[in-house]
Design a protein around this ligand. Sequence first.
Ligand SMILES: [Fe+2]
Length: 392
Amino acid sequence: MRLRGGRAEWYRNRWVRSSQVARKLGEPYPGQAPPDDFACNTHVIPYKGRILALQESGPLPYELDGELNTVRPYDFRSTLKGAFTAHTKYDAADELHAVAYYPTWDHVRHLVIDGTGRVARTTRILVADAPMMHDFALTGKYVVIVDVPVTFDMAAAEAGAPVPYVWNPKHPMRVGVMPRSGGATRWFEIDPVFYSHTLNAYDQGDTVVMELTTLPAPFYVAGRGNGGPSTTGTLALDRWTVDLRAGRVTSTRLDDLPQEFPRVNESLVSRRHRFAYTASAAEMWRAYETVDGVPPDDKFTNCLVKHDMLRGSRQVHRFPNGAAAGEPVFVPRRGARDEDDGYLLSYVHNPDRGASDLAILSAQDFTARPLARIHLPGRVPLGFHGSWVPDA
Ligand SMILES: [Fe+2]
């Protein structure tokens, strides 16, 4: 969707032209396809004038143009060797950080892409069992790595599971803290839980504070294709405090309303934030208890939540029953000085029309009627993550 001058100029969707997609569409693929080529489907970020579609566990990012045409696989000026991630962290230091994992590695890689747009440093961190590392956290001083007991499973891969990772009760749950300039990782063992997404993290004296969504153990990856039980329980918002002096991690439940897709004002990545935004996922996870795979859209979510971490309070913006709201993305108002001076944009299924709206909420008047609803001609499948990219 392109928004300009108070108008929605267009809405469109396009396949990312990986080599396989290009072949199926009968289109030429420029050059040779990279190893593990895949139509990246998990996140889209702006980076130094480019738009990158991202995927974890193998494929290179794909660069897209502002019209959603696929440009080429993107390897940061020939400096990215091997896997990348969907959940990067970019902060005021003009560094793009990533933690990449790959099924056959005996380690994960912390990558720092510096202001020149090149991978300037790679640190290998040894881990057992090839765990899934969907996300991580960054503070002003540290990288926080979460080693979850969801590990690569060859039998699931051979059975054709799209995501061949299974709950592994023999794999200890650990939180690793490494200086962001590289060096040794300090590990802290904690009780097993499934870590889903980082909201944000920051330093506070000798502690590292990380806020995140978690799901009770055990967690079973949807679409694993190898039978077995389903996940029960719901996602919630937690705070982990890593006390580096005492050598201890404390977990605090911030909100047990089922919720997912935590986002902050991106200008505060790695620094202390006050406000957070999530989508309530109650219906989504009820569906996961009964459906081994992706739930139907109308079982997904129907409210957005704004958290005030200073006051320890929340506001809920409800959409009608049968609506389904996707990830809320914060966009600052031009010239904003306050952290929450801006807009929350979310694709919301409108059950009255049988199609999706882009809902634009005022972040400072969160429970009021949306400032705008843009009626789309069809239904937007609720997916994972995305960004609103200034066209400049
Ligand atoms: Fe994600």
